[in-house]
Design a protein around this ligand. Sequence first.
Ligand code: BYC
Length: 472
Amino acid sequence: MTTAADYSEKIPNNVELHEDRRLQRALESWQPNFLSWWESMGPTLPTQDVYLRTAVNVGREGWAHFGHVAMRDYRWGIFLAERDPDRRIGFGQHRGEPAWQQVPGEYRADLQRLIVIQGDTEPASVEQQRNLGATAPSLYDLRNLFQVNVEEGRHLWAMVYLLHAHFGRDGREEAEQLLHRNSGSLESPRILGAFNEETPDWLSFFMFTYFTDRDGKYQLGTLKESAFDPLSRTCEFMLKEESHHMFVGTTGIDRIVARTAQLMRENDTDDVVAYGAIPLDTIQKYLNFHYSVSLDLFGSETSTNVANYFTAGIKGRWAEGRRKDDHRLTDDSFLVDALIDGAATQTEVAALVGLNTDLRREYIGDCQNGVNRWNRILQEADLPQRLRLPHIAFNRRVGAFAGIEATPDGELLSAQEWERRKGDFLPTDVDKTYVRSLMKPVHERGKIAAWIAPPRVGINGRPFEYEYVHLA
Ligand code: BYC
């Protein structure tokens, strides 16, 4: 096993693909389908080339190469983190046994399902973001969008490799389906709710990369613990790429909040619409939406699926190795969020069935860090307003709170009250139209739209004024 990527191959890889001709041929026949999906469902803005990073090595140091490349020539490939030959299973009933290099028959269906769900989200996000290039606030942001897009394409490759290499004909069929389902399609939508929502503007894009990509971080983190070693290794490397996606979200919202705060201060008003910026209460509504649909991505508060995944060893917990318990959890209990007698409260359940809640809590703690960061920007501008995460029961469509409505403070509302007041909490058509009206392309070098502050630093040591993208 080497860590360097072999770029002389048709499909760049570090898995010695040439040693398995059948697998190589199967993937090479999927490759043109991927490329035609990219051409028809990927970014719509025509470009000559983009300053992109490409993975060249999975090691700690210097894994990426930066350079201008035509996006259709991006070398999507298969990169797994280095193998630890002594790796042992860290949790569940097989704890302590050697990690699996092949899929055990009894867990085949469950593993395939998880890999398909993970794989489905990757091209979905590219589809959701395909039109954003036309309204990028700067060349720097445009480049970041495309970087995120090509890497989501690579993450699809990561899951397709596993399907082809380990799941036979079923796996190959699922790999085809990953290109046939489409975000928002009525006939064949993407599997998970959030991936059928629109990403029509850059505020949504930054919220998506902050909140929804962060679900990706946490789900990949649990799959990285998997006893199925190829899945673990691919997720480990995906997480490296993923951190840039969340950086895009975090700093994107930083910069929007900073610009709004600056205009609020300078003009002594909350109403920054006159200055072409996004009011804080609109930012809060977008935050409410993206956070709540992302909470749904963790599944129900209690789930026998997740208990089975954990016991089998196929999906662990976040930071499993750092947990101070027996890593089997058969005798443990856990408090999950619940709706009891019409009130949002908590109830004790067997720890194993509560693992979706456990992961969602880790995620919520991480989301709060961003909110704190944005609030520091407001504080430094001497503004009293603050952003916040809405209540767990707010706007949920999956799990214990799916059947009720609640305010961002957690006050339960009747369906009628919700209809009357939801425009106070979630973006209204007026809010969306306003945000969209700001989305005018700024494609000149060194320039930036009025609703967002420039970044502090550029990409890979380049200045903000760098020509990150050459348009066609
Ligand atoms: N929408 O038992 P439950 C990323 C289904 S994002 C629609 O509570 P479970 C990325 C569920 O499938 C990370 N349906 O669920 C981010 C089940 O269906 P069945 C993606 C949903 O299995 C940005 C039923 O409801 N990776 O990487 O415990 C850009 C009962 O649910 C939803 C993963 O998600 C929903 N939101 O947990 C690019 C990891 N939620 O069995 C990429 C793999 C649940 O009744 N997936 N359902 O037909 C999993 O681990 C689990 O499938 C889930 C659900 C956590 C999603």
